[in-house]
Design a protein. Structure first.
Lengths: 161, 161
DNA sequence: GCATCTAAGTCTAGTTGACAGACTCAGATC
DNA sequence: GATCTGAGTCTGTCAACTAGACTTAGATGC
């Protein structure tokens, strides 16, 4: 059984993290997604709230639509022409754990002394939520020291000298 | 009680996600951290495995040390001079849920048909691990539709028109 | 038809960061 | 001093970001 420490002799050519980063791996995209999770859908609102330059925002929205994380939905204000707003797809919604993880790390290490600026709660009972790493046997896994990485079924490895 | 949908009238000025992204929000930093979690510590290995240009890598390592996510630890190979390697601090290790979340989203939506290239398991029992969003009452929270965001104790909000 | 409106882009020149490749540095060793 | 080796640093080119200005496309009214 090759463990990841042994895997220092190999490089994973099809790393999922790297593929995710190819879609997400820069600030403006994350901020757009943050606002999408906030229910913000329109260009001008996204632009105001993220602070992204309009060209950057346009490019990111286009990319996120192409990648299937956002979809365009036509809307029309009275007296105006039809326009599109942007909504999260299921694929986009599944980014939620990433957003929560980013927020909670920031809450812990970078927030002001008064505490977190935003609290996420369970809608049904009102209790604050947290991410837990749990194995299929139901054990709580406390962190990387209690976890082990192995090549998976799709592993494509390149040997290093 | 102001909910996040009401909070579309406000912008959070001290957003934790945004602060996290100021440290992390680009590809090379994430890839360096990925390798740090893999136990890779030395400049040349980090450079080979991430593919980062050396100048980029040097700048990222320096930044991550300044931000307290990595620390330098001196080492010396026989016949060579003393050098530094880079290890994760506790603050850096706490990024683990982010890395797992990125990996699992990529596994689901971007991996090859054969399946994930890397499987993370619980060290003690060998079962695969997954992130779960759980509230303090112990309920499983399935996703954003079952969660609500509120201003927290540190909230600094700016009204929008 | 023309003018006006408004939100969603697109354009442009300057700035900043990434990039490839070459080069330098700093101790240990002979 | 010469050689070695790993960890950077340097440089000119290219790509992306940025601020600000401008354009576009339908609806509406005259």
């Amino acid at each position: 059984m090759v463990t990841m420490r042994d895997m220092r002799r190999y490089r994973v050519e099809n790393c999922s993290i790297e593929r995710t980063l190819a879609v997400l791996g820069e600030k403006w995209t994350f901020l757009v997604l943050r606002e999408a999770f906030n229910g913000v859908r329109r260009f001008a609102d996204l632009q105001t709230r993220t602070g992204a330059p309009r060209q950057v925002l346009s490019a990111r929205l286009s990319r996120l639509v192409d990648e299937g994380l956002l979809r365009k939905v036509p809307y029309q204000e009275p007296g105006q022409r039809q326009r599109d707003e942007y909504r999260l797809t299921e694929k986009g919604l599944d980014l939620y754990p990433i957003m929560i993880a980013l927020m909670h790390w920031g809450d812990r290490y970078l927030a002001d002394p008064e505490g977190p600026p935003v609290v996420v709660t369970h809608r049904d009972c009102g209790a604050p939520v947290a991410l837990h790493l749990i194995c299929e046997e139901g054990h709580e896994v406390g962190g990387p020291r209690e976890a082990t990485s192995h090549p998976g079924p799709g592993a494509r490895l390149t040997a290093l000298a």
